[in-house]
Design a binder for this molecule. Structure first.
Ligand SMILES: Cc1cc2nc3c(=O)[nH]c(=O)nc-3n(C[C@H](O)[C@H](O)[C@H](O)COP(=O)(O)OP(=O)(O)OC[C@H]3O[C@@H](n4cnc5c(N)ncnc54)[C@H](O)[C@@H]3O)c2cc1C
Length: 437
């Protein structure tokens, strides 16, 4: 496929507005919400919410029209137009939804990655609903994000014993035939926006649970739990190293009853490798689509640190001379050049992975490549910036030390660097999940 590097005017304009928001609103409150970890940045939430409603509304329309996945969704992810149920003509239709989203996310994360993650949106929960929900479920669960007060969605997969190995989840879902309700029992940890989605009105959490542990991945299904449902308890708010403005919660489900229709996809147990197993495949598709978004966020943080360092050093007289041969450059100048190269490489991989998504093509390999590269680049660049700036980099007076702390999560969630490297290796070498673990 070909990639168009010229951006449509609407994306250029939207990115410009996003950059203004990042600079004028997010940067000015960045340190405050880093320090007061569990406060919510309403200055940002109230400004961004009207834009999010428009994006959610467009996503929902596209998703309903295709009876399947939508394009880019804020702070979460949606697959491109390549859903199995979509008519052939729709599958071919070019889209720029995900391209638009990575530009916005990069700019917002340049402002503050933790505050960006606090954006009211259906997020990963919405992504799962778009990927595997029926048209009725999409309308029922997602229309709320297009109107009213700010609200949040979340997705809870991780458990104390099940992180990278998602097939090891223990949270159970059992059907009560008398009331026709599902009963959820188990514990979820590290749920982004978990307390906002679980407690604030009209929020929702997509919870992955097993119908039959002996069935492994085939037994896993996503369930929508509405905010405030009895039996769902927020047990802990994480105190974190970075992205401290982002809400991260642990949640316990104790005989938590939800309506039968809140199971997303097919309630029958089916082999996950068969075409009918939309539930688990939907989760994997969700991750393929969300990884470029994490990569974009990583690039935004890395660019923030790089630009600050480059400009500060320039003020001190350390500039990169134009057209100078490599051997005439100082070590610091070469470091700056290397950072710029890495930043561009990570961004180009990110753009490629969303271009495929927008074209409705598989991006499993490219999404993991972008995630691995950007996760590595953001941790090394921010660390290098602290090093090059010396006391300025380590001081609380500037944000560089914060960006270094914010960076690491991009190498952890949505699949760690190691796990995404495994996915890349499997894809390139042609091994299955069982052949290369
Ligand atoms: C701030 C934050 C927000 C999060 N948000 C969410 C969320 O919204 N929803 C959600 O469900 N989860 C969320 N998570 C959980 C996150 O996805 C997991 O932490 C991640 O998948 C890693 O799982 P783990 O922490 O259990 O590490 P483990 O799986 O225990 O891994 C530990 C280490 O071993 C390595 N490792 C594991 N298996 C292999 C292997 N086969 N080969 C090589 N190395 C391996 C890993 O790369 C890692 O370095 C969040 C986590 C954090 C920290």
């Amino acid at each position: 496929m070909t990639i168009e590097f010229e951006l449509p005017e609407s994306i250029v304009n939207q990115t410009g507005m996003t950059k203004m928001l990042a600079e004028q609103v997010m940067r000015s409150i960045s340190r405050r919400y880093d320090e007061s970890e569990h406060d919510r940045p309403w200055e940002y939430i109230n400004v961004i919410w009207p834009f999010i409603q428009q994006i959610e509304s467009a996503d929902l329309k596209r998703s309903m029209a295709r009876n399947g996945s939508a394009n880019g969704s804020f702070n979460g992810s949606k697959n491109g137009s390549g859903h199995d149920d979509a008519p052939a003509a729709e599958k071919k239709k070019p889209s720029t939804g995900n391209l638009r989203m990575v530009h916005m996310i990069e700019a917002l994360s340049w402002g503050d990655a933790g505050i960006y993650l606090s954006t009211p949106a259906s997020a990963l929960g919405g992504a799962a609903i778009h990927a595997v929900g029926t048209p009725d479920q999409k309308k029922r669960f997602l229309e709320r994000f297009t109107q009213g007060e700010p609200k949040w969605g979340a997705m809870a997969m991780t458990e104390p014993q099940a992180g990278s190995d998602t097939s090891n989840i223990k949270t159970t879902a059992a059907l009560d035939p008398e009331t026709n309700e599902w009963i959820l029992n188990g514990e979820k940890i590290f749920v982004t926006n978990g307390s906002l989605a679980g407690k604030e009105s009209d929020g929702l959490i997509v919870v992955w649970a097993t119908l039959d542990r002996s069935a492994g991945r085939a037994g896993m299904r996503p369930f929508v739990v509405e905010s405030g449902t009895p039996g769902m308890t927020i047990t802990k708010l994480e105190e974190k190293m970075g992205i401290r403005a982002s809400d991260t919660a642990a949640i316990v489900f104790t005989d938590c009853r939800i309506p039968f229709d809140n199971i997303l996809g097919n309630p029958e147990l089916v082999d996950p490798d068969e075409a009918g197993a939309k539930g688990f495949k939907g989760a994997m598709k969700t991750f393929d689509a969300s990884r470029p978004y994490v990569a974009a966020s990583a690039v935004g943080i890395a660019r923030a640190a790089f630009e600050f360092t480059r400009d500060t050093l320039a003020d001190q007289g350390i500039k990169i001379p134009e057209c100078a041969p490599l051997h005439q450059l100082s070590a610091i100048q070469r470091d700056l050049l290397q950072m710029e190269v890495d930043l561009k490489a990570a961004w180009l991989l990110t753009i490629r992975s969303v271009a495929l998504l927008d074209a409705g093509e598989s991006n499993n390999l490219e999404a993991s490549m972008a995630k691995v590269k950007a996760g590595h680049v953001v941790t090394t660049i921010t660390q290098k910036c602290v090093e090059l700036l010396g006391p300025l980099g380590y001081s609380h007076d500037f944000l560089v030390e914060k960006w270094m702390r914010d960076a690491k999560i991009n190498d952890i969630f949505e699949g760690t660097g190691q796990i995404n490297t495994l996915i890349v290796a499997r894809r390139i070498l042609g091994y299955t999940r069982n052949e290369l673990k």
